[in-house]
Every structure is written in C-alpha cells, then in structure tokens.
Ligand binder design. Structure first.
Ligand code: PBG
Length: 329
C-alpha cells in the first residue's frame, strides 16, 4: 500500500504551493542602502555594482520619492567623503553641515515618513580607511567610541530615526545609548551591526565609497582586529547578547548568504528584531553571473532573499530591494 501521506499533493500546482508557502517577501522586509556624494545632478554607476548608483542630494530626492512610492519605506545612508576632508580622527563626521547631516535632512524634507537609518563608523571619513583611529599600527578602541557616540548624536540632531554603528569597537552601543539619552534623543533607535565578520565580500562597497584601508606602513592592511573571524560562531552570540544588554534595539548579522547558520542561531536566542545585510559582494556576484548569462538573475535573487528570510531575518538590507519589489508587484 502507498503511504497515507503523499507530500507531493501540496506541490501539485502554483495555487496550492502559494497557499502553503511558509516564507514570503514583501516591500516591508527591506532596508535600502543609499550612497551619497557631493555635487549637483550626479548619478554615477558604481563600477563593481552594476545598476547601483551614487547620488548627489538633488537627485537623492527623486530616488527617495520613487522608493516610497514602491513601498520601500526605510533607507540606510552612506556618504562618500572628499579626500581633502578625511583625517585620522574622522573630524568631518561631526560637522553639523556635513554631507551625511544634509542627506538626512534632504530625505526627511522630501519624505518625512521615510525611516532614516545612518551608517555610523569612521571609515568613509578616515584618511587611513579604517573604522577607528589609527595609532602606531593599532586601532584605538575607546578614543574611537567617543567620536562614534558624538557622531550618533549629530545624526539624531539632523533627524535620523536610527543610527547603525558598523564599526565593531567594544562598548560602542552603551556609549551611543548614553550619549543619546543625555542629549534627550530618547526615541532614536540603534541598529547594531553586532555580528559583523571581516569579509572579503565588502570589496565593491569600498569601491563605492573609496573607503578601503590604505596601503601604508603602520596602517593595518585589513579589519581583522575589530571585525569578527569568519570561522567563529559562539563569538557571534556573545557579541549580539552584549549589544542587546548595552541598548541595541535591532541587531544585525553581516554578510548574509554565507552566514545563515549564524542568523538562525541568533534568531533562536534573542527577542529583538534581527537584520541581515546582503552585502555588496553578494550583489556583484549575481550581477556578474547574470550578465554572462550563467545564472537567471531574478530567480536566483528571489531564492537568495527567501533563504535569508527563512533563516530568520526580520529585516534585510539589500541592494536588490528595488529589483525584487518590481518583480513581486
Ligand atoms: C563600513 C561598512 C562596510 C559595509 C557597511 N559599512 C564596509 C567595511 O566594513 O569595510 C559593507 C557593506 C557592503 O559591502 O555592502 N563600516
């Protein structure tokens, strides 16, 4: 006799499959990274990120309106800082009229309901391309945290809803939380890049912002003394739990695809929303393979995003946000 249960019944056609589908993607899942540059009328494609652009503030307005109309209601801002404004301490990051501060106001002005998150780290502002202050070949922790806390307050003052520290210094979440409370920004959230790995998948992003570590004596060549070793699992849990204790509202795992075991583990352990960053190298890989005709772009994009959500992501930061919303709407 055949078994009483035939699992294929639930796969007979698309109607039944969609009825029993466990994971779906909607525009509400996404956080859209945006790259911003000085200038007017600038919309430049990032060489290693096909069909992804840097915008000047005037064109950022159109992009933000378009996103909102597509149902994409959260953005994560990054700025490309001119070389002459970079120094070791990231001084420009605190400029109340700096590019990031103006970008926050631009988005809020054109679309007040758009949720604005800002990247908080020194690397775009650092003459050495590091997320922290460099001294004698080392990255200083506590001195960097002081700047990062001040930077967070500056973003809150400009109107950011959430700050997103991506630097991986120790103790930064507590310092940011205390600084925000002291200045009266009780409702400014913190999305912590809590389990951020030292990954080679960040290459195209560093092209986008011209923020790679510089090749100089006494400057570390990589970020391995602050970002996590990709061989480690328990450490991700420890980092994440500490960030929650220090006051993070949302935690993050980064990159995405190679780290879905970590995502599931963290999702099972914590009771705050878990974000996943599908990073620039993940985007570049699929674009390149699709350009060559080796992979079906839309099908693989969907499979990857569903996998990220199935693993436990409540929020996905992704360069595919617009592509996928066009596909599903
Ligand atoms: C910098 C930062 C990086 C990314 C987000 N914030 C790069 C890095 O840590 O070197 C990577 C994002 C991506 O690759 O898409 N603090």
């Amino acid at each position: 006799m055949y078994p009483l249960r035939r699992n294929r019944r639930l796969r007979t056609n698309e109607t039944i499959r969609s009825l029993v589908r466990e994971t779906i993607i909607t525009p509400n899942d996404f956080l859209v990274p945006l790259f911003i540059v000085e200038g007017k009328g600038v919309k430049e494609e990032i060489a290693s990120m096909p069909n992804y652009f840097r915008y000047s503030l005037d064109l950022l307005e159109n992009e933000v309106k378009e996103l909102w109309n597509m149902g994409l209601k959260s953005v994560l801002l990054f700025v490309k800082v001119p070389d002459n404004l970079k120094d070791n301490k990231g001084t420009e990051a605190l400029n109340p009229n700096g590019l990031m501060q103006r970008a926050i106001k631009t988005v809020k002005n054109i679309c007040p309901e758009m949720l604005v998150m800002t990247d908080v780290a020194l690397d775009p502002y650092s003459s050495y391309g590091h997320d922290g202050i460099v001294e004698n070949g080392l990255i200083l922790n506590d001195e960097t945290v002081d700047v990062i806390a001040e930077m967070s307050v500056s973003h809150a003052l400009a109107g950011a809803n959430f700050v997103a520290p991506s630097d991986m210094m120790d103790g930064r979440i507590l310092s940011i939380r205390e600084a925000l409370e002291d200045e009266g920004y009780l409702d400014t959230g913190i999305m912590s890049y809590s389990a951020k790995y030292a990954s080679a998948f960040y290459g195209p992003f560093r092209d986008a912002l011209d923020s790679a570590p510089v090749d100089m004596a006494n400057v570390p060549k990589d970020k391995k003394t602050y970002q996590m070793d990709f061989a480690n699992r328990f450490e991700a849990l420890r980092e994440t739990e500490m960030d929650i204790d220090e006051g993070a509202d949302i935690v993050m795992v980064k990159p995405g695809l190679c780290y879905l075991d970590i995502v599931r583990e963290i999702k099972n352990e914590v009771d705050v929303p878990v974000a996943v960053y599908q990073v620039s190298g993940e985007y570049a890989m699929l674009k390149a393979a699709a350009e060559k005709g080796w992979l079906d772009h839309d099908a693989v994009m969907m499979e990857q995003l569903i996998a990220i959500k199935r693993a436990g992501a409540d929020i996905i930061a992704s360069y595919f946000a617009k592509d996928v919303v066009k596909l599903i709407s």
